[in-house]
Ligand binder design. Structure first.
Ligand SMILES: [Zn+2]
Length: 57
């Protein structure tokens, strides 16, 4: 199981995500970023930042 806290990348955001692997987390984060942070696309830098903060849980 992997986990990711959005606050690691977006200060103040309390959303957390869990998934079986990085891909599942990234899919959830992409949805969250669009709906809660108003991003229409997810830049490669953000994907890299998210990946670097995904923890084994
Ligand atoms: Zn967030």
């Amino acid at each position: 199981m992997k986990s990711f806290s959005c606050g690691a990348v977006v200060p103040g955001c309390t959303a957390t995500f869990r998934g079986a692997d990085d891909g599942e987390i990234l899919a959830q984060v992409a949805h969250h970023a669009r709906h809660d942070h108003g991003l229409t696309e997810i830049p490669d830098e953000l994907v890299g930042a998210v990946r670097s903060h995904i923890r084994s849980a």
